[in-house]
Design a protein around this ligand. Sequence first.
Ligand code: MEV
Length: 438
Amino acid sequence: MNTPVEGFSRLSKAEKIDWIATNFTKNPEESRQLLQQYWNTDGKVQKLHDEFIENTVSNYYLPFAVAPNFLINDRFYAIPMTIEESSVVAAASKAAKFWLNRGGFKTTVLGTEKIGQVHFIFNGDFNKLQDFFSKIKPDFFSDASSITKSMEKRGGGIKDIELRDLSDKVKGYHQLHCTFETLDAMGANFINSCLEQFAQTLKEKANSYPDFTQKEREIEVVMSILSNYVPKCLVRAEVSCPIGALNEDDISPTEFAQKIVRAVEIAKAEPHRAVTHNKGIMNGIDAVILATGNDFRAIEAGVHAYAAKDGSYSSLTHASIEDDIFKFWIEVPLALGTVGGLTSLHPLVKLALEILQNPKAEELMQIVAVAGLAQNFAALRSLVTTGIQKGHMKMHLLNMLNQMGASESEKLQLVQYFKTHTVTNASVKEALEKIQSE
Ligand code: MEV
């Protein structure tokens, strides 16, 4: 029990399951059955999933939903969302419907530049390094030509390579700071392959550069890797309408608009609130990122760094009232792909992209930004009016009833009952016990 295992990856799937169930679970037979129950009955689909990652023993399902009625740049979209949290899809759909009659969402891609860096140590004369870099710069491009050829044919490739001196931060630390255009690919493999080639060119050329001393020739490459911080791979999404069109129950349009603007001001000023505010935005963004097979960890890391770009963590969305026009917008960095990676492998990802009419990466950036903005609008709309719990607990009701083991007919009765009663954990428990005892 709990002893290290040799060669786990080489065990068959059945053997892996057996080992994990026997050694780490209370009821090995039940665990075995559970893991197998989540296998896909189509062997081909299962094999595909087995091979996405290593040591696969089962599948982990998340709901795949659709939020309809998004009007973006005068075109209709139904947005696929993959997420476990109740209320998120309902909130997105509600926000989409709200803005449908108020002109919809308008979006603009502000840039598509991706970044990668070769981090290296050079101990010597920086002026000499600069001369060396200027002389060999064309070699970086030509040495990488076999990697960049097909990307260049499609209009992408390496945009620039810059030498940066960061030796004030870490002794001898310098960088090749490189920018790329990767079109519809997220581009991680392309960028990393280019960077590793740049690193090789850098070392080789330095080694035989006559103006360097022996010490200067010995450039140490620490690492070559893309950056997930992409502040120039940026998209903006916006909604706006005359204040009078913001008709809500129990609150005047002006007060509603002012409360939203103030809620955004608070998220701009105060990091605790900003984090939660942005978390709500990521509810929408991550759900579309996951459904479309993109890398949500990369997006999360880059987005939060962007939220802190001015020195303190702040809101990703903005709101204003000018000349009686309410405006609400987001600017967010999103390095996305609609080709490569999971996009052509995962059957549901393919379907999600088809539902979105097979967008180019730039179009997907716009759709994802809209999902984030819609989510934030829906959250703020509830927060500054009824509060979040009313809607949230209603949506969460089925989860609670499932957890409490309610039957289908009990669920039907209680969903009906709670249309006019407040949902809390205690009230649901009490109502369920009451009908069970009747
Ligand atoms: C919950 O998942 C997201 C919210 O907390 C976002 C927010 O507070 O703005 C409702």
